[in-house]
Design a protein around this ligand. Structure first.
Ligand code: PBG
Length: 325
């Protein structure tokens, strides 16, 4: 049926009718808020490259978590910033490590909140790579062992979800087996399955102090031009037991999110990363864009592409804006 019988503007004439036919909705219940926890006492340190984002010590964390829970956001993902680093990332799996203590505390005080943990070594190694280094190479299999040990220590502290972000081959299977072997069958794995070697992680590396000291991450993170390969990564991770698969970053990879959701139909998370956050913040601070409108449009696009879950530094603002209507 064509014009003049068909007039698509009929369903756009006012907000009530637009709302009625809206295809995609944003909900605070779909969001996960990233939180940085550092070693030390009594301090809160703003992340310069990410206006509005701060690093907390375990004792200053509860107020921040309270504000997340009060906003109706179902979960947080914890990133640790240890004070000591070494070649084997021993701080990553230390029983009294900063993430382990933070998780324990959150689960004691905020029983209903989901706690996910980023499982990676880059913040804990002296060279800043996501795996163990031998002769200048990032070695896969011994890294996987340490990652599995790290995931189990997070589960022991009370994590509901562990999220490996290292991009070593075979780590999801190893983590699943290690969790099951230790009695944590109910701890879910949210795999950073299609994680690209992206320039959009720049501000995060200040927040997590995880910049590689030599080279870059291109021998383990995905090459940005590839999409078919992302489907192989996702298939392998699902096969190895991933419960949720993630695409990261989100905005420059909406096509990948779309393909993953179409092909597998499994829960898909997308990480609206630090660079995506800081670009908006910088432009908004100059009055060049309307922050609220731009953020809601971006996150809606991520949902429309097929993501069920969005990890975003905007989560608290978005929850507030959605409440205001
Ligand atoms: C750790 C990790 C990174 C991010 C999440 N987990 C950084 C990296 O791979 O260098 C990026 C998050 C962001 O930019 O917001 N491997």
């Amino acid at each position: 049926m064509k014009f003049p019988v068909t007039r698509l503007r009929r369903l756009r004439v006012n907000e009530a009718i637009r709302r009625l036919v809206r295809e995609t909705r944003l909900d605070a219940g779909d969001l996960i808020y990233p939180v940085f926890v550092m070693e030390g006492k009594g301090s809160v340190v703003p992340v310069e490259a990410m206006p509005g984002i701060k690093r907390f010590t375990v004792d200053t964390l509860p107020d921040e978590i309270e504000s997340v829970a009060a906003a109706g956001i179902p979960g947080v993902i914890i990133f640790g910033v240890p004070s000591a680093k070494d070649g084997l990332a021993s701080g990553a799996w230390a029983e009294d490590g900063v993430v382990q203590r933070a998780v324990k505390q959150i689960k004691e005080r905020f029983t209903g909140l989901l706690v996910a943990t980023d499982v990676c070594l880059c913040g804990y190694t002296d060279h800043g790579h996501c795996g163990v280094v031998e002769d200048g190479r990032i070695v896969n299999d011994s890294s996987v062992e340490i990652l599995a040990r790290t995931a189990v220590s997070h589960a022991r502290a009370g994590a509901d979800i562990v999220a490996p972000s290292d991009m070593m081959d075979g780590r999801v299977g190893a983590i699943r087996r290690a969790l099951d072997g230790a009695g944590y069958e109910d701890v879910a794995v949210m795999a950073y399955s299609a994680k690209y070697a992206s320039a959009f992680y720049g501000p995060f590396r200040e927040a997590a102090d995880s910049r590689p000291q030599f080279g870059d991450r291109r021998s383990y993170q995905m090459d940005p031009p590839n999409a078919a390969e992302a489907l192989v990564e996702v298939a392998l991770d699902l096969d190895e037991g991933a419960d949720i698969v993630m695409v990261k970053p989100a905005l420059a990879y909406l096509d990948v999110i779309y393909r993953v959701k179409e092909k597998f139909g499994r829960p898909v998370a997308a990480y609206n990363v630090s660079g995506e956050y800081s670009l908006v913040k910088a432009a908004a601070a100059r009055g060049w864009v309307d922050e609220r409108a731009v953020v809601l449009e971006m996150l809606t696009a991520i949902r429309r592409a097929g993501a069920d879950i969005i990890l975003t530094y905007f989560a608290k603002d978005v929850a507030k804006w959605l409440k205001e209507g």
